[in-house]
Design a protein around this ligand. Structure first.
Ligand code: AMP
Length: 305
C-alpha cells in the first residue's frame, strides 16, 4: 500500500495575477506527498539545504509522511522562480537554482525498498533512475518530468521513460519531447518507448489518458477562483497514485477513478498559494467534490432519452 516518491522539496518564488509568494514551500515531491498522504502511506526521498526550516519538515511529518529519506546537506535548498499570466495553464520559469540538487546522492532507507508503488516526480532523470534501481520489485512505477529536463537531459530522460508503467506529463511537454503537435500522436510515440499508459495534464482543460487501445478524457473541475496553479500537476499525481495505492485496483475502471481523485486534489490545491489549501483540506471535502465531479460528467445513454 505504500508509495515511495523522489522529487524536489523546494523554495518557490511565484507570481500570479492575484499575488506573490516569496520563498514559500514548494517542490514536486512536497506537493505529491502531501496530496498522496490523504490516501496512502508515503515515504519521501529528497534533499534540502541548511536553510530549510524545521517547521516545513514537521508539516510533512504531521501528514504522516515518512521523512527518513529526506537528506539535509550543506548548501542551499533548490529554488524555483516562476510566473503565471492570466492564462494560468502554463508557468513561465524565470530562474531555477539547483543548489543542493547537484550534490544529491539518493540512498533509500532499507524500509523503503519493498514498497509496491513508486513515483518518480519531477527531478533530474539521473536521480529518478538511481532511485528506481534501488527498489526491489515495485508493482507500479510512474514518472513525471518537465521542459527543464527535456531540454537539458533528453537521453537520460528517455531511459527513465522506457522503464516505467505510467508517464504523467503536461501537454506542452508531451509536444516538446516528441516534436509532435497532435497530442494523440505524441502519446502514441511515448507509449512506443515502453510504458503502458500516458496521462497528459492539460491545466484547466483536464486530463487525457491514453493506452495502446483506449483514450479517456476528464475535465478539470470548473472553479470560479484559481489563485495559484503551482503544484497542480504534482498534486494531481499524488491523488492519482494515492488512490491507486489505497484501492490496489489497477483495472481500467480503477485507474479512471484514480484520474478523478487526482483531478479533485488538484482542484483544491489551486484555490490558494503554496500548500495553504492542502493544509486545511478535510477528507469530507474530497468525497463531496468527487461526487460533484461525477454529477458534472454524467449524461444518459441515448436509449434512456
Ligand atoms: P507543477 O505541478 O508542474 O506546477 O510543479 C511545480 C513545482 O515544481 C514547484 O513547486 C517547483 O518547486 C518544482 N519545480 C520547478 N522546476 C523544477 C525542476 N526543474 N525540477 C524539479 N522540480 C521543479
Amino acid at each position: 500500500m505504500g508509495i515511495v516518491v523522489v522529487g524536489t522539496v523546494a523554495f518557490d518564488t511565484v507570481e500570479t495575477p492575484f499575488g506573490k509568494g516569496e520563498n514559500v514551500l514548494g517542490g514536486s515531491a512536497t506537493y505529491f506527498s502531501t496530496s498522496a498522504s490523504f490516501f496512502a502511506d508515503v515515504s519521501l526521498v529528497a534533499v534540502v539545504g541548511e536553510d530549510f526550516p524545521e517547521e516545513h519538515v514537521s508539516f510533512l511529518q504531521g501528514r504522516t509522511i515518512d521523512t527518513a529519506g529526506l537528506q539535509r546537506i550543506p548548501g542551499k535548498t533548490f529554488h524555483w522562480t516562476g510566473r503565471y499570466g492570466y492564462d494560468l495553464n502554463e508557468a513561465q520559469t524565470l530562474d531555477t537554482q539547483l543548489n543542493v540538487l547537484m550534490d544529491f546522492q539518493p540512498v533509500l532507507p532499507e524500509s523503503y525498498r519493498d514498497a509496491e508503488y513508486l513515483f518518480l516526480a519531477n527531478i533530474d532523470p539521473d536521480l529518478q533512475m538511481q532511485v528506481l534501481e534501488q527498489m526491489r520489485n515495485p508493482k507500479l512505477v510512474a514518472c513525471d518530468t518537465m521542459n527543464f529536463w527535456i531540454s537539458s537531459k533528453p537521453e537520460a530522460l528517455k531511459k527513465v521513460l522506457q522503464k516505467v508503467d505510467i508517464v504523467v506529463i503536461n501537454e506542452g511537454e508531451a509536444r516538446q519531447f516528441t516534436g509532435e503537435a497532435n497530442l494523440i500522436k505524441a502519446a502514441r510515440q511515448i507509449i512506443a518507448l515502453g510504458c503502458k499508459r500516458l496521462v497528459i495534464k492539460r491545466g484547466e482543460y483536464g486530463v487525457l489518458m491514453v493506452t495502446a487501445d483506449s483514450v479517456f478524457a476528464a475535465p478539470a473541475y470548473p472553479l470560479e477562483e484559481v489563485f495559484d496553479p503551482t503544484g497542480a500537476g504534482d498534486t494531481f499525481a499524488g491523488g492519482f497514485m494515492g488512490y491507486l495505492a489505497n484501492s490496489g485496483d489497477l483495472s481500467e475502471e480503477g485507474v479512471r477513478q484514480a484520474i478523478i481523485f487526482g483531478s479533485v486534489m488538484a482542484s483544491f490545491n489551486v484555490e490558494d498559494f503554496s500548500l495553504d489549501r492542502m493544509k486545511r483540506l478535510e477528507h469530507s471535502e474530497i468525497q463531496a467534490r468527487f461526487a460533484s465531479f461525477k454529477a458534472l460528467t454524467h449524461f444518459s445513454d441515448i436509449s434512456a432519452c
